[in-house]
Design a protein around this ligand. Structure first.
Ligand SMILES: *Cc1c(COP(=O)(O)O)cnc(C)c1O
Length: 424
């Protein structure tokens, strides 16, 4: 019998294999048919310290034995209180308030509602959001509205709200980005929303920290709220706890999810400064922040996040990340020698490059061939169109890292240039 499961971002009409995972450990997935896969993409960017981290698993088990789930509107619990205090302590000082939700998308929805609520409650309603070209902020209607438009969301376009878009700062064209932001800021938008330093789903596109700092300055000058979506870049991916740190930037609103629980269980937070919280505080119930989801601040998820924070406190996580960066750089340098590899780049633990011809689009790209090729070699890769990237859990060892780069290298050596394909 075929499975009733409808998978995300999966074309069931192609009959591609869907391996069944039965056990995870460190940087490795084990499947029902006894195979072993290196998780080169941290299971879609969530797993930081490694799968089934013993400290996080123990925290989940202990919490599950005492309290499962409670209403969070008007009630509280120790795991959430501890987590909120700790998040405020480790993030920049102006971020003083923590709102819980359960996914990256919802953390962005919450950020947008906070920004609009801030302006509405001040009696200066503003609703326009400025975003960056190629951005990705989730697949809810709001998330799609502030993200790049394309084949992924074409059927839903009529429902998506208008945003102002600044161009992605391609090398040598940063001034155009800053000029566009300056121009949009004169129209008094509510906020700028960006992924700091790395546009993830948009193709692992990097831009310099100095530019992020310039953008934050322009926002501050015009009184436009600066929202940092660090759902992917947070928790050490770019080499520091937050990508904003590298630019010395303090956002007004900060979205975190994915690695918040070490990638073990869903949870998200949206942090805000005192002025944003205070704008919602009054004796008038009509000015409260109107947002909740059933599982807001689930105690088991909070316990997992507290264990993640304990790991960051007690263990040399940043050293581990720096070491993984160095070990990836060696392998990237070797990979970069191949004719088919274009624009090799690395920031922290994230490595990316384009493979093959610049003309192919997301859907006719080499992606599916590379996915299948790597799978045969026991490696889980999932390129974004022609962009192959490696973003492994921080605990990955050298043999497993070699398996990833060997698979990409073997593919690049075997793959004919797209131009040759057209010639045949
Ligand atoms: C993954 C991602 C999201 C969405 O997070 P989900 O947990 O999948 O809803 C939002 N923003 C960025 C930058 C992301 O990488």
């Amino acid at each position: 019998m075929t499975s009733p499961v409808w998978h995300p971002f999966t074309q069931h009409g192609l009959g591609e294999p869907i391996p069944q995972v039965v056990r995870t450990e460190g940087a490795v997935l084990h499947t029902r048919d006894g195979r072993r896969f290196v998780d080169a993409i941290s299971s879609w960017w969530v797993t930081t310290h490694g799968h089934c981290n013993p400290r996080i698993m123990a925290a989940i088990a202990a919490q599950a034995a005492t309290m499962d789930q409670i209403i969070f509107a008007g009630w509280t619990h120790e795991p959430a209180e501890t987590l909120a205090r700790e998040l405020v302590r480790i993030t920049p000082e102006p971020l003083q308030h923590v709102f819980f939700s359960d996914s990256g998308s919802t953390s962005v929805e919450v950020a947008l509602k906070m920004a609009l609520g801030f302006w509405a409650n001040r009696g200066e309603p503003r609703h326009r959001i400025v975003v960056m070209e190629h951005g990705y902020h989730g697949d809810t209607i709001g998330g799609m509205s502030v993200g790049a438009r394309g084949v992924f969301n074409r059927p839903y376009q009529p429902l998506l709200f208008d945003v102002a878009t600044i161009p992605f700062p391609e090398p040598g064209h940063a001034q155009a980005t800053l000029d566009a932001l300056e121009a949009h800021c004169r129209d008094e938008p509510a906020a700028l929303l960006v992924e700091p330093l790395v546009l993830g789903a948009g193709g692992m596109k990097f831009y310099p920290a100095s530019l992020l700092a310039e953008m934050a300055k322009i926002c501050a000058r015009h009184g436009v709220l600066f929202i940092a979506d660090e759902v992917m870049t947070g928790w050490g991916r770019t080499g520091t706890l937050l990508a904003c740190e590298r630019a010395g930037v303090v956002p007004d609103i900060l979205c975190l999810s994915k690695g918040l629980t070490g990638g073990a269980i869903p949870l998200a937070v949206t942090l805000a400064t005192a002025p944003i919280f205070d704008a919602h505080v009054s004796a008038d119930r009509a000015r409260m922040f109107f947002h909740s989801s059933s599982y807001t601040a689930n105690p088991i998820a909070c316990a997992a996040a507290n264990a993640n924070l304990a790991i960051w406190r007690d263990e040399p996580v940043l050293d581990r990340i720096a070491d993984l960066g160095d070990r990836q750089q060696d392998r990237l340098d070797r990979l970069a020698a191949h004719a088919l590899i274009r624009n090799p780049r690395r920031l922290g633990t994230i490595v990316a490059a384009e493979i093959g011809d610049a003309r192919s689009t997301y859907l006719d790209s080499m992606g599916p061939r590379l996915i299948a090729f790597a799978r045969e070699r026991g490696v889980l890769l999932r390129p974004l169109g022609n962009t192959v990237y490696v973003m492994p859990p921080y605990c990955i060892d050298d043999p497993d890292l070699d398996a990833i780069y060997d698979a990409i290298t073997a593919f690049a050596e075997r793959e004919p240039l797209m131009g040759d394909l057209f010639a045949f």
